[in-house]
Design a protein around this ligand. Structure first.
Ligand code: PZK
Length: 287
């Protein structure tokens, strides 16, 4: 790193550094988590794919909402960002019924207070995308909350603005995904507030790690859908008989290679940019 970067936080697969009082450096590693466990094997370029995608979306959604991105570094895996006051919640937008949304729907017929038609199947497209806020629980597992609770946490005016922005961003990403024969089933946004009190998109945006992305050609509601990016790794891990507690299994070369290829393919289909061009000049995603 060219300037002094002090490590201030770790996510499962990313590291956060501060660059002086006003800027942060978000560094995406090549680590992969499967069933919420980080595996001992890395996927080459995964951090670059996620960083490039995030930067691509930040550049293309600036007119919808300002974001924290300042620059992409030459290494292709690091984003220089503006430091913000983060809202203490995540905004999950769901266009399809999956994961905790499907579980909540099965037990209550609702998802985070959204009444939904009866008889929906797992992975079915919702009549309209919904926002299901969640708190960043210390346990690492996020907890879904009702929109009324989210409004109490940050104020109803702020919550409503954040919700509207999240919906717009989801619609933007889902449209582009559809053009790439991908389904953006759901995605998570994190927002902050800048020194002028403006709402700003932060963290990563519309990446495979913050979204469920499904291949449209295999879409078949009525059960879980294969993940576009992680399915090889998940299937291989499951077939080993692993009990899903750490440590996870090492991935064999063919699974690493297959997973790498899927990440690169997601990047190229969503951005329309050759990944080799990104590696040669990461700033290409900003133009
Ligand atoms: C911020 N995280 C999550 C934790 C990571 C990421 N622009 C910002 N301003 C202030 N704080 C944050 C951000 C952003 N983005 C993000 N925690 C704080 C996080 C650990 C590793 F890569």
């Amino acid at each position: 790193m060219a300037e002094s970067a002090v490590h201030v936080g770790s996510g499962k697969v990313r590291e956060l550094y501060e660059l002086g009082p006003e800027r942060l450096l978000l560094v995406a590693s090549d680590r992969i988590s499967v069933f919420d466990v980080v595996l001992p094997t890395e996927i080459p370029d995964k951090g670059r794919v996620l960083t490039g995608l995030s930067a691509f979306w930040f550049a293309r959604t600036r007119s919808l909402v300002p974001n924290h991105l300042l620059d992409v570094r030459e290494d292709g895996r690091s984003l220089e960002c503006r430091r913000l006051e983060m809202l203490p919640l995540e905004l999950v937008v769901r266009g399809y019924l999956s994961g905790s949304g499907w579980r909540d729907y099965q037990s209550t017929g609702t998802v985070c207070g959204h009444a939904l038609p009866s008889g929906l199947r797992e992975s079915e497209r919702l009549p309209e995308p919904i926002v299901t806020p969640a708190t960043k629980a210390v346990s690492g597992h996020d907890e879904n909350i009702a929109e009324a609770v989210a409004a109490e946490l940050v104020g109803s005016e702020r919550y409503e603005a954040a919700r509207d922005v999240a919906l717009e961003l989801y619609r933007f990403g889902a449209r582009r995904a559809e053009e790439a024969d991908l389904i953006l089933a759901d995605t998570k946004f994190e927002l902050g507030v800048d020194a002028e009190g403006r709402l700003v998109l932060a963290d990563e945006a519309l990446t495979p790690d913050s979204s469920r992305i499904w291949p449209a050609d295999a879409y078949a509601p009525g059960g879980p859908q294969p993940s576009f990016d992680k399915q090889y790794a998940r299937d291989w891990c499951e077939a080993t008989g692993w009990d899903l507690t750490p440590p996870g299994p090492d991935l064999p070369e063919e699974v690493v290679e297959g997973t790498h290829a899927r990440y690169v393919e997601a990047f190229e289909r969503l951005t329309g940019i050759a990944f080799t061009r990104y590696l040669a000049d990461p700033r290409v995603v900003l133009t």
